[in-house]
Write a protein that binds this ligand. Structure first.
Ligand SMILES: [Zn+2]
Ligand SMILES: [Zn+2]
Length: 170
């Protein structure tokens, strides 16, 4: 066991990253603390700017790295995508929100289905998608209180209309 200097919790040695220059060969803060700090930095103004600068200055390097990573891991990635449909759906919805300039607040698909049931909120078919009640980019954000289960036909038909606009076209 080793005590983290950041959170003060005693944790297993496996909960610390390696740091060869230190006497015990481990970093003084635990993995969780270091990850939290990294995340915080990544979301800060400065962190974002640094990341963007880095990306811009190393575009070719990153592209080459990306390509070789993809070539080496395509199968693994494909399997991961298949095994993690929820994560993929989250990734896609985050991406979509960004394109529409809407906010994205992480939520669980499963929780939405649990709350509303698996029936489409607009008809009585089975819901297989989540619909944004207020459309993304029209005041609607990608967040739990703005999504309801919907069947594919209703979701496509409603598209980027508000509920009122959609109903008016019935
Ligand atoms: Zn810690
Ligand atoms: Zn429906």
């Amino acid at each position: 066991m080793k005590t983290c200097t950041k959170c003060g919790k005693a944790k297993l040695r496996s909960e610390f990253y390696a740091e060869p220059s230190r006497r015990d060969g481990l970093k003084s803060a635990c993995k969780a603390c270091i990850r939290a700090k990294r995340r915080e930095y990544g979301q800060s103004e400065r962190g974002r700017l640094t990341a963007r600068n880095y990306r811009e200055q190393n575009r070719d390097k990153l592209r080459a790295w990306n390509r070789s990573w993809k070539a080496a891991n395509e199968e693994k990635a494909e399997k991961w995508r298949k095994d993690n449909p929820d994560a993929m759906a989250r990734y896609r919805s985050k991406d979509r929100a960004r394109r529409y300039g809407a906010d994205h607040e992480p939520y669980s698909r499963a929780a939405v289905f649990e709350r509303w049931g698996s029936c489409c909120c607009y008809c009585d078919r089975e819901a297989t998608t989540l619909d944004h009640v207020a459309p993304l980019g029209f005041g609607g954000h990608d967040e739990e209180r703005n999504v309801v289960p919907a069947c594919q036909p209703c979701n496509s038909s409603k598209g980027r209309k508000t509920l009122a606009e959609w109903v008016a076209k019935w």
